[in-house]
Design a protein. Structure first.
Length: 256
């Protein structure tokens, strides 16, 4: 097996007296579709924030490609090759759909700000390259027809897809998706599932996914870790998770 692309090693974060994530440990292999699930307040998004540098772990380590990245600022984590979407959509609503994706591409911009301000030929060519790249990603996400419209005018499901396109524009190796199917109807969820598989199969991306839509998770993810109150309560392939008694209790309650 190849070395893990991401490892959480006894990752713990404490806010005052509250332990939000408690000794969470798992590895994700390159090219894997990996799910992180649990009821509300389980610590899933906090794990995302640890991986992306929003929070620094109180103890334990976060490793990306074998290197500890504890507390590295989010913009530097993105440069390393980790991109994310958010539970609450964060788009530049007044800008066009295309420009939202172009902005993601500027992370890998090959010209400096002074060349851009002076409209030097190299900067113009770079901007054209980023726009071409952005259009290609909009094609993948089935948003090309919306390229010139305002991002805020997109329906909710398409805004979710636009966030993924913008994250992809940073050219990540690891893509973190926080509830990407939220607010989608069954057909939109099915289409998104196929798109996420395409990102792995055709673009070589590794995906770490948080999602409450269990059909989406069980049909997409190859391995799953389940959290409850910041602690791992189960891990395994979908068929094991679906019938795990601790998972059933966490979601449905003691009486069930």
């Amino acid at each position: 097996m190849p070395d893990p692309i991401l490892s959480l090693q006894n990752a713990t974060i404490q806010f005052g007296g509250l332990v939000a994530v408690d000794n969470v440990t798992f590895d994700i292999n390159p090219g894997e579709l990996f799910g992180l699930i649990g009821p509300n307040g389980a610590g899933k998004t906090t794990c995302f924030n640890l991986v992306t540098g929003v929070y620094k772990p109180t103890s334990g380590n976060i490793l990306f490609k074998g290197k500890v990245i504890n507390g590295i600022p989010p913009h530097k984590v993105a440069k390393l090759g980790i991109a994310r979407t958010f539970q609450n959509i964060r788009l530049f609503g007044a800008l066009s759909v295309l420009d939202n994706v172009v902005i993601g591409g500027f992370l890998r911009n090959q010209t400096n700000i002074f060349a851009s301000m002076a409209y030097l030929p190299g900067a113009i060519r770079e901007t054209e390259r980023l726009r071409d790249q952005a259009m290609a990603l909009l094609e993948v996400m089935d948003l090309a027809d919306e390229a010139n419209g305002r991002a805020s005018d997109l329906p909710y499901g398409k805004q979710r897809r636009l966030e993924i396109a913008r994250a992809m524009a940073t050219q990540p190796d690891l893509l973190l998706l926080d509830e990407p199917a939220a607010g989608m109807n069954p057909q939109e969820s099915e289409d998104l599932m196929n798109t996420v598989r395409k990102l792995r199969d055709d673009f070589g991306k590794t995906v770490l996914l948080i999602e409450h839509d269990m059909k989406f998770v069980m049909n997409l993810c190859e391995r799953i870790v389940v959290l409850d109150h910041g602690e791992e309560i189960a891990r395994g392939v979908p068929v094991e998770i679906r019938s795990h008694p601790e998972v059933i209790k966490a979601y449905l309650g003691e009486a069930c």
